[in-house]
Design a protein around this ligand. Structure first.
Ligand code: 13P
Length: 252
């Protein structure tokens, strides 16, 4: 019912030559994985070249979009500009955006609205810090992050056909992964939060796990009933590793 989705977040890595080579290498390795959706999210400047090299083998994703339509917003990229060059998905509210650039729920909701209005599919990132987990506040934090954004969206549209990525901050880039049981527990909890908002939404919305997912732990994480895919950072910069994670998702 929910098509598995594996998205590679390249973050702020690579010059143009590296991006094209990585796109080519990913493209060569993902043929035949038709049962799942695969997305690569390069830095903005590499999007056109990566689109050209992927030639439809994987969807194109961006790592953010502006919180307003085209106009006086120096340094931002409008959602319709992204859609115009073939971008299909956009990562929003990543913990690095929240931590380093002060993005809060109001801003993330404004970006989400822009994405939806341009036909992009948002991948909304949520997740607790280590301190929040140790304080026993994980569920409150994650429910708050979802509800604070969803409450600000047009009620007629809501979260729409977006995707939620649960990325515990303590697992991002640390090599420390949530156990499959921890991931499943949080994904089931998130589905419950969505169900309280809209029972129809909860069953269909895809929930991705992110945080040091690698070929060695992907199968276990992806086998969990409420884990519908992954948002991959470091391992997405290695085509072989990324393709192995995609293959694990395709095996179910
Ligand atoms: P890592 O896979 O490098 O931990 O990064 C996860 C992430 O932040 C994806 O958005």
């Amino acid at each position: 019912m929910r098509t598995p989705l594996i998205a590679g977040n390249w973050k702020m890595n690579g010059l143009s030559e590296d991006a094209v080579a990585l796109a080519a290498s990913v493209s060569d390795r993902i043929g035949g994985l038709d049962a799942i959706e695969i997305v690569v999210c390069p830095p903005f400047v590499h999007l056109p070249a990566v689109a050209e090299r992927l030639r439809g083998g994987a969807y194109l994703g961006a790592q953010n979009c502006a919180d307003a339509p085209q106009g006086a917003r120096t340094g931002e990229v409008a959602a319709d500009m992204l859609a115009d060059i073939g971008v299909r998905y956009v990562i929003l509210g990543h913990s690095e955006r929240r931590a380093f650039y002060g993005e809060d729920s109001a801003m993330i909701a404004a970006r989400y609205t822009q994405a939806m209005e341009s036909g992009l599919r948002p991948i909304l990132c949520v997740g607790e810090t280590l301190e929040e987990r140790e304080d026993g506040r994980t569920e409150d934090v994650v429910a708050g992050q979802i509800n604070d954004v969803a409450d600000r969206l047009e009620s007629s549209v809501g979260l729409g056909d977006g995707v939620i990525a649960y990325e515990p901050v303590w697992a991002i880039g640390t090599g420390r992964t949530a156990t499959a049981a921890q991931a499943q527990a949080m994904h089931a909890f998130i589905r419950g939060v969505l169900g309280e908002r809209d029972p129809g939404l909860a069953g269909g919305m895809r929930l991705l796990y992110g945080g040091s997912m690698k070929p060695g732990n992907a199968a276990d994480l992806l086998a969990q009933p409420d884990v519908d895919g992954g948002l991959i950072g470091g391992a997405s910069l290695n085509a072989e590793d990324f393709a192995a994670i995609c293959a694990a998702a395709a095996r179910g």
